[in-house]
Design a protein around this ligand. Sequence first.
Ligand SMILES: Cc1cc2nc3c(=O)[nH]c(=O)nc-3n(C[C@H](O)[C@H](O)[C@H](O)COP(=O)(O)O)c2cc1C
Length: 215
Amino acid sequence: MSKTLDYIKKRRSPKKYIVDYKLTTTEVEEILESIRWAPSSVGLEPYRVIYLENKAIREELKEFCWNQPGTVDASAMIIWLGYKADFVKNKVMPEQNDRNVPVDFEKAKQYRINAYNNVIEGYAITNEEFVARQAYISLGCALVTAEEIGIDFCPVEGMEPRKIEAVLQKHQLIDLNNEFVCVAAFVGKVDKNQRHYHAFDKIRRPETDVYKVIK
Ligand SMILES: Cc1cc2nc3c(=O)[nH]c(=O)nc-3n(C[C@H](O)[C@H](O)[C@H](O)COP(=O)(O)O)c2cc1C
């Protein structure tokens, strides 16, 4: 079995965390770099993340994270800030085109702009949904890296994003003209001395329901 599959099979989303466990700087970097190097549609990279260790701010966020213990007890909360449509159009897309498209390939820039517009139209989604899809891919990459380095990682949708934004704005951690909260994660160490440290046993749907190989 590949190491990656082994990590995916073994990893769990913790529900209870060892309070005051702190990731090392190297561990934090490994996780953040996995987010930065994740692929994204048309290479747009339309998000950034906040790695929030500050417990006082996380206390303020807790009630808007469905009172999940990880909000404060985990080593940190990672919050993905996605970019809004005008910002994508006027800043992110041109910047990424300049960064990633070599000078001899000017037509590729317009191709990427068209591809972004066509995906949004073809899948009938908003810019925010497009951006969130890309953010979730990076979340998946970070989750596997975390397992490889022995860190427990829980993706977090259980929150009220608009209220999280208000708290982040109060602390000047988000630019609400251009950014929105799209998803989050808790990172730390599971506390097996607490009850219900994982939800239930790890079970998945049978292979035959999930995939079919066509030859
Ligand atoms: C996008 C996403 C959002 C999630 N949000 C939460 C959450 O807010 N709180 C939580 O405890 N678990 C959350 N989970 C974890 C799932 O409940 C968990 O992955 C699933 O039950 C399978 O368990 P496992 O991760 O231990 O294999 C989320 C998972 C994903 C992929």
